[in-house]
Design a protein around this ligand. Sequence first.
Ligand SMILES: NC(=O)C1=CN([C@@H]2O[C@H](COP(=O)(O)OP(=O)(O)OC[C@H]3O[C@@H](n4cnc5c(N)ncnc54)[C@H](O)[C@@H]3O)[C@@H](O)[C@H]2O)[C@@H](O)CC1
Ligand SMILES: [K+]
Length: 225
Amino acid sequence: MQLVTAAEMQTIDNYTVETIGMPQDVLIERAAMSVIDVIGAGHFNLDHILVLAGLGNNGADGVAISRLLYAQGFNVSLQFVGNVTRAKDSVKRQLDIIEKYGLVRAEKSDFNEATLIIDAIFGTGLNNLLPEGLQKMIKAANHIEKTVIAVDTPTGIDATTGEVRGAALKAHTTVTFGYNKIGLTQRVGGYLSGNVIVKDIGLLTPQDFNFSLPDKENSPSVATS
Ligand SMILES: NC(=O)C1=CN([C@@H]2O[C@H](COP(=O)(O)OP(=O)(O)OC[C@H]3O[C@@H](n4cnc5c(N)ncnc54)[C@H](O)[C@@H]3O)[C@@H](O)[C@H]2O)[C@@H](O)CC1
Ligand SMILES: [K+]
């Protein structure tokens, strides 16, 4: 299976949106629908689903997931991590939509009440240590051992190296888009990602794309002595 770095994934995302012309909101909707598929196919307790959303495209996926769940009649709470006035436009567009669906954001959620947590705080865009307040929140969430489905990557895991950026939200399952990420297969990142499911969301890879890690399944085997 082909593995990619976070930077490679971002290049493929950008190519699909900017060169091919696939609208970003279509990719976000497909990403969200693929997570809904996994939620529906698993044996998760869906009594109270808490979606934690960040301010980037990973958060936009989270808002779309909460809308799809809400529209199906599930008891869902959407809580933002960070100040939404600083959110990317993709998130703001999703927020405009959910308002019309009647889904109201939660100001503060009690993690103890959640039977399933959807982690859409940070994805491949994470590039530094998590803010301290978020590290604290994640450590508290890990402590109560809730079932977590991570959207694209578990928050706090560096998608390229698998290192923990201060703290990482331990996932039962990670639904990752396009290709699996190197960091979800090695070191602590592999353990914290749980079961990794790769979903096609319609991303297109340039034909001459040079992956930094060759696809083992496609590489000629090397004789060793
Ligand atoms: N680019 C696209 O078109 C698509 C992206 N998708 C989703 O978007 C994610 C990537 O989105 P983004 O690139 O917006 O990044 P993220 O949503 O992972 O992160 C949001 C932003 O947070 C900031 N940030 C990074 N590290 C930080 C830190 N330590 N503390 C505080 N702020 C920090 C950065 O400005 C980053 O862009 C993917 O993981 C995937 O879930 C999917 O929706 C498919 C389409
Ligand atoms: K995430």
